[in-house]
Design a protein around this ligand. Structure first.
Ligand code: SF4
Ligand code: SF4
Ligand code: SF4
Length: 244
C-alpha cells in the first residue's frame, strides 16, 4: 500500500519531467529548422550575388573542365585575349607540337573539335577565333598557348550557359583550386588589356572580347606584332571590315 502511495505521489513529477524533455526537444527542432532555413536563404542570396569563375592564373589545364560539368558540353569555354596574342603562323594553341606545317590540316590541329578558326591577316600573321558552339572546354589549346605562346588563350565559365550550381562539380574536382566565387556584376576574370581595365575598376560585367558564338565572328580590336631583331612590340589596329 505504502509503495502504491509513493508511486502515485511521484507521477506528477515524472509528467513534469516528460513535458520538460518534450519542450526542450521541440525547441531544439525549431532551432535547427530556423538555422537550416537561414542557411538556405544565405545560400540563395549568395547564388544571386556571386557566380563561379576560373582564375586563369591558377588553372593548370588538367582537362577536367570538359568532363566534370553537369552540362554537356561543358559551360567552360576557351576565350582569347587578342592583345596578348602574337598572331603566329605556327601557333602553339592551334597546331600540334610535333608539326612544322603551319596549315589547317585536321591532323595538324590540337583542338579535338576543330573549334578554332584560323584566318590569314597579312604575311606572316594569322588570327585565331574560338567557335564556342564547338568548344568543349578541354583546355588543350590553352596548354599549348601557355607552353609555346604568350598565354593569350584561357578558360572561362560562360555565364550564358552555366546554371550556377550550389556546388560546382568542376570546382569539387579541380586539382588547382582554380574555381572561385566572383561578384555576379563582374563575372569574368580577364587577361590582357581587359584584365588590366578590370583590375583598375573601370571594366565590369561583359563577356571577354573576341568570342564567337553561332558562327558569328567578332573581330580582334588590335593585334600585336612580335618584336623582330630586338625591336619593340608594335600594336596594329584591325578595323571592322578589313580583309582578314
Ligand atoms: S579543373 Fe581546374 S585546373 Fe583543370 S582545367 Fe578546369 S580550372 Fe583548370
Ligand atoms: S582545344 Fe578546342 S575544344 Fe579544347 S578548349 Fe581549345 S578550343 Fe575548346
Ligand atoms: S556551376 Fe554547374 S554548370 Fe556551372 S561550370 Fe560548374 S558544374 Fe558546370
Amino acid at each position: 500500500m505504502n509503495n502504491r502511495k509513493t508511486s502515485q505521489a511521484a507521477e506528477p513529477a515524472r509528467d513534469e519531467a516528460r513535458r520538460g524533455f518534450l519542450r526542450k526537444a521541440l525547441a531544439g527542432v525549431a532551432g535547427l529548422s530556423v538555422a537550416s532555413v537561414a542557411a538556405a536563404a544565405l545560400r540563395r542570396s549568395d547564388r544571386t550575388t556571386t557566380v563561379w569563375q576560373i582564375d586563369p592564373q591558377k588553372c593548370t589545364q588538367c582537362g577536367l573542365c570538359a568532363t566534370e560539368c553537369v552540362l554537356t558540353p561543358s559551360a567552360v569555354k576557351c576565350v582569347h585575349a587578342y592583345d596578348l596574342c602574337w598572331y603566329c603562323d605556327l601557333c602553339g594553341g592551334y597546331h600540334q607540337s610535333y608539326t612544322q606545317e603551319p596549315d589547317t590540316a585536321a591532323e595538324h590541329q590540337l583542338c579535338p573539335t576543330s573549334a578554332i578558326n584560323r584566318t590569314y591577316i597579312e604575311n606572316p600573321f594569322y588570327k585565331y577565333d574560338i567557335d564556342e558552339t564547338k568548344c568543349i572546354g578541354c583546355g588543350l589549346c590553352v596548354k599549348g598557348c601557355t607552353a609555346f605562346g604568350n598565354g593569350s588563350l584561357f578558360l572561362q565559365v560562360r555565364h550564358d550557359r552555366c546554371v550556377n550550381c550550389n556546388e560546382c562539380a568542376i570546382a569539387r574536382a579541380c586539382p588547382a583550386a582554380a574555381f572561385v566565387r566572383v561578384p555576379a556584376t563582374s563575372p569574368y576574370i580577364l587577361k590582357g588589356k581587359q584584365g588590366e581595365r578590370q583590375a583598375g575598376g573601370d571594366l565590369q560585367g561583359g563577356p571577354p572580347e573576341g568570342r564567337t558564338t553561332n558562327g558569328a565572328q567578332t573581330r580582334a580590336k588590335a593585334f600585336v606584332v612580335p618584336p623582330s631583331g630586338g625591336g619593340g612590340v608594335q600594336a596594329r589596329k584591325v578595323e571592322s571590315g578589313d580583309s582578314a
